[in-house]
Design a protein around this ligand. Structure first.
Ligand code: ATP
Ligand code: MG
Length: 567
């Protein structure tokens, strides 16, 4: 099989000007299926590198503070082949749903890629999910197999899952009992060779349930074809080069952890660092230092926590290897960008996309001037616009629905079991994101909030994001979540929930000081009339502030599905 080089020439970086003129067919030449007609994500991500000049290159480095393991592309090919053989012997066929519910470890990656090799549709579940969340997802998807650990097994309501035929435990020797089998023994014995199951570009790849920020999580199905966009955004936006050591901090239970924690780096033949264990500022910095991480993709919640730990912690580590830092998941406050420059001398590049879009859509590129607070510009080959509720494009600086022209390579192909929901995203040739934004006169997009979170106060539309961003500029404020609270006179008033940095006390004076701070920095009408101090803000397990929960608290309403909320 012909092996094509997958890493970019540097010209990618400066060539792009944010226009939508790119023809996605150009990208096909970088995949081996362009010449062989044989398609399988795991082949493109692993095997073709292993069969070519990257065989001995480090593919995966795993570190959790104590255990360290590393695997070359050749190792990854062998180990994912073994996993694929185990799954084939267990009767898995193309299109079956295999769910993976375990903490980050090398085995998770072998199992996931092995499942892709047999043509299964993978459903990754975040390790912190409790029984209800596990039940909902396994029932909805009619999963046939679950790969998990002994510690997590009690959260799997085995008796209620009639479609589930087999549960593999990866970590401990188990009594084989009913549906439960031992993965390790089968894995040890499995052959190291395997011919991937060849698929169609429109065949299923992965089923991700959304983060649950705005309601019950939706099962988003992506297909093999998405790899085109994973690979190209890995070049254009992550700017992956042959020598890079890349670290994406997201768990594969969320779309960022697969699209950019697995697919984009491996498709591009990069060295991918995977970190296990819990977040801890000192530990995270030590990972960058130890492995000389060059490209780092993380999220505002993590950056804000690092910021909260203070520049001193950053300064005790050598972070000079970093050459490109990116963010996704929530709006990136300008204050955080300023801090990134101070703490590790990098401008953090924001990227905007959703589980449903499958890959990055609106981004800041290395070659582009960053406007702090802006998500950047649409990637090549796509068009974004701000549209009104009738689907008409709005001129610059008008707030409206952030929409994308359909289709693009990694666009979702189904909401599992819910065709009506799927249809509801599309309107007059647009995919309507549910986010509210505006575009400036240079084509940069500025996030304002979820459409449902935009506040109408005394006739003014206020996006919660700009108020929150101003709030976190105040030295006492660690995090802020802003909602509109119904008000008989003003329609809504702005209410802020704030958690304070260490060393600050929640006093009346501080409230007033913060109100004045927003008034002076933003506008009188944008200042929160009410402020509540909280020890913690409600967040999803992927780290997003849940404004609907703040709103429910405030209005004494049912908060809805809380399966993805942190403890
Ligand atoms: P659910 O759809 O279940 O309510 P969710 O929308 O949080 O949850 P995801 O698909 O993980 O689930 O997140 C996508 C959303 O995250 C976007 O619609 C947007 O609101 C937010 N988001 C992602 N990246 C950015 C960014 N760079 N700036 C602002 N918001 C972002
Ligand atoms: Mg969403």
């Amino acid at each position: 099989m012909k092996v094509l080089k997958a890493l970019p020439g540097k010209h990618w970086l400066s060539e792009y000007d944010g226009s939508d003129s790119y023809d996605w067919q150009e990208a096909e030449q970088y995949f081996s299926w362009a010449t062989t007609g044989k398609i399988n994500m795991a082949h493109e991500a692993i095997d073709r590198h292993a069969e070519g000049e990257r065989a001995d290159k480090k593919a995966l480095i795993y570190f959790d503070g104590t255990t360290e393991q590393s695997f070359t592309y050749a190792d990854m090919k062998r180990l994912t082949n073994k996993a694929a053989n185990v799954l084939t012997d267990a009767g898995i066929q193309a299109g079956d749903r295999i769910f993976i519910f375990m903490p980050r470890s090398p085995e998770l990656y072998f199992a996931l890629l092995g499942a892709l090799k047999v043509g299964a549709i993978v459903g990754p579940l975040f390790e912190a999910f409790m029984e209800q969340a596990v039940r909902d997802r396994l029932l909805d998807s009619e999963a046939k197999m679950l790969i998990t650990t002994k510690a997590l097994l009690p959260r799997v309501p085995v008796e209620e899952l009639s479609s589930l035929e087999q549960i593999f435990l990866v970590d401990e020797e188990v009594e084989e009992d009913g549906k439960i089998s031992d993965f390790r023994i089968a894995f040890e014995q499995a052959s190291e060779s395997f011919e991937p199951v060849w698929l169609d570009r429109e065949d299923g790849l992965i089923l991700h349930y959304t983060s649950g920020s705005t309601g019950k999580p939706k099962g988003v199905l992506h297909v093999q074809n998405a790899m085109i966009q994973h690979m190209m955004t890995g070049r254009w936006v992550l700017d992956l080069q042959e020598e890079d050591v890349y670290w994406c901090t997201a768990d594969p239970g969320w779309v960022t952890g697969t699209s950019y924690g697995i697919f984009a780096p491996f498709l591009n033949g990069a060295t991918n660092v995977v970190v296990g264990g819990r977040f801890n500022p000192d530990f995270w910095y030590s990972v960058i230092e130890k492995y000389k991480v060059t490209v780092w993709y993380s999220a505002p919640t993590a950056f804000r926590m690092l910021m909260g730990a203070g520049a001193e912690v950053a300064n005790t580590h050598d972070l000079s290897s970093l050459r490109h830092v990116l963010s996704v998941g929530e709006p990136l406050n300008p204050e955080v960008i300023r801090w990134g420059k101070e703490a590790f001398d990098q401008r953090i590049h924001d990227t905007w996309w959703m589980t449903e879009t499958g890959a990055m859509m609106i981004c800041n590129y290395k070659s582009m001037d960053i406007k702090p607070g802006s998500m950047g510009k649409p990637i090549p080959g796509t068009k974004a616009a701000i549209v009104d509720d009738q689907g008409n494009e709005l001129p610059p600086f008008r707030m409206g629905n952030l929409a994308l022209k359909t289709p693009w390579p990694s666009m979702m192909r189904q909401i599992w079991n819910n065709p009506q929901k799927y249809e509801s995203y599309f309107f007059k040739g647009w995919y309507v994101s549910g986010d509210s934004a505006y575009m400036d006169d240079e084509g940069y997009f500025w996030f304002q909030g979820r459409v449902d979170d935009v506040i109408m106060t005394a006739g003014e539309r206020v996006g919660p994001f700009e108020v929150e961003s101003r709030l976190v500029e105040h030295p006492a404020v660690a995090e802020a979540g802003v909602i509109g609270k119904p008000d008989p006179v003003r329609g809504e008033i702005i209410k802020a929930f704030i958690s304070l940095r260490d060393g600050y006390e929640p006093t009346e004076e501080l409230k007033q000081e913060i109100q004045t701070f927003v008034k002076e920095g933003l506008a009188a009408h944008a200042a929160p009339r009410e402020i509540d101090f909280r020890d913690k803000l409600p967040k999803t397990r992927s780290g997003k502030i849940m404004r609907r929960v703040l709103k429910a608290w405030e209005l004494n309403l049912e908060a809805g599905d809380l399966s993805t909320m942190e403890d």
